[in-house]
Design a protein around this ligand. Structure first.
Ligand code: AMP
Ligand code: MN
Ligand code: MN
Ligand code: MN
Length: 282
């Protein structure tokens, strides 16, 4: 089933982190798909935003500067999308520097583990793939596929890169309050990304949303690129119960993910206030 087109898509990646399209190409792909209000939200970096903004202007679409931050809360990993941020904000920049150092150190540790299982020069290889962008586990998954060790990215996470697997390396990312603080200091709005992707029980999601709201978060990503209609309804109810607004975003990484397209999203249920209209963004 093809999902309807949403002209709003507030979560996507480029080669600045683990997307496969350049910032310019991903803006082109969004505009070609019919998206008119778009956010580029790379993992722990704003490096793609200048080029994306220029391309969005030339294509006549709205580009909200954004970033996806990795957070550790109660020993769990969460992702926040900071929407409509000032990429030049000093506290945000300092926060991103610290996140990037953690990424770099973890990448070295993952590479060492992969070298022990016979992949030579793993660090140099992922560095070449990332080509100056942030190194993510997606790059290591691509390496495992390229080396013929795994048949696809999913298998690479299941067998090597997921929690508890042989090449997994835990990271203590920024704290929840800390990361929301950077987003707010940059004039942005903090959105709890893909709330159903963390494999948390309903009781833990409840705790996460309470803590997120307490920290100054304002919205939940209610509709994601691979959400079912039932998941959208569930997240809408949970957002509303916590007095949080709603966001929608595909989490697009690559045209190779054929099941997921830019702007191909279930609409936000009418019971939830759209974070983009509340903020006068679209
Ligand atoms: P990192 O932030 O470096 O830990 O990498 C996390 C990224 O890995 C996520 O943003 C996804 O893009 C990707 N990822 C996580 N789990 C999977 C999976 N099971 N299959 C494919 N990609 C995944
Ligand atoms: Mn990713
Ligand atoms: Mn994420
Ligand atoms: Mn993402």
């Amino acid at each position: 089933m093809t999902l309807p087109l949403s002209t709003v898509d507030l979560h996507a990646h480029s080669t600045a982190s683990d997307g496969s399209l350049s910032p310019i190409a991903v803006v082109d792909a969004a505009a070609d798909a019919g998206v008119t209000c778009f956010a580029l939200s790379d993992h722990d970096t704003v490096a793609g935003l200048d080029a994306a903004a220029r391309q969005a202007r030339s294509r006549g679409i709205r580009l909200l500067p954004a970033v996806e931050l990795s957070v550790t809360w109660q020993r769990k990993g969460l992702h926040l999308v900071g929407l409509d941020i000032d990429p030049a904000s000093t506290p945000l920049r300092a926060g991103l520097d610290s996140q990037q150092q953690r990424r770099q150190q973890r990448a070295e540790a993952i590479a060492a583990k992969l070298e022990r299982i016979g992949i030579a020069d793993a660090f140099d290889k992922v560095g070449a793939m990332a080509d100056g962008g942030q190194i993510t586990r997606t790059h290591f998954a691509r390496l495992l596929v390229a080396e013929g060790i795994c048949k696809n990215l999913k298998q690479a996470f299941e067998r090597y890169l997921g929690p508890g697997k042989g090449a997994y390396v835990g990271v203590e990312w920024a704290g929840l309050e800390e990361a929301v603080g950077w987003i707010r200091a940059a004039g942005g709005r903090a959105v709890l990304a893909h709330p159903l992707h963390y494999k948390l029980s309903a009781a833990w999601r409840e705790r996460v949303m309470n803590a997120f709201k307490e920290a100054g978060g304002v919205a939940v990503e209610v509709s994601c690129g691979n959400s079912s209609a039932a998941e959208v309804q569930l997240s809408a109810i949970e957002a509303q119960r916590h007095g949080l607004m709603g966001s929608i975003g595909s989490d697009f990484h690559s045209p190779e993910q054929r099941w997921l397209g830019l702007g191909r999203l279930h609409p936000l249920p009418a019971t939830v206030i759209p974070v983009w209209s509340a903020a006068g963004l679209a």
